[in-house]
Design a protein. Structure first.
Length: 81
């Protein structure tokens, strides 16, 4: 993987980790006992499921993860071409 691809991957990783931390902080304001494991199934908590701000941040996370998946596919295709 080239240095440019590695820099993009590092940036995406940082963005995803930052978003994950932001969601956990936000989630804990709504459900104080929320754990990182609970974040894997936030729909188990109606307070989160029905909170439009949390749902928005969840959508941002999904977008970042989709971008990461696309990046990895493109990087893999370039590596094997």
């Amino acid at each position: 993987m080239s240095e440019e691809w590695a820099a993009i991957e590092d940036t995406l990783d940082e963005l995803i980790e930052g978003q994950r931390a932001k969601m956990l902080r936000m989630g804990r304001r709504i459900v104080p006992t929320l754990t990182p494991e609970d974040m894997l199934q936030p729909n188990d908590f109606p307070e989160l499921e029905n909170n439009p701000e949390f749902r928005y941040e969840e959508g941002v996370m999904q977008g970042l993860m989709a971008a990461e998946a696309l990046f990895r596919r493109l990087a893999s295709a370039e590596e094997f071409s």
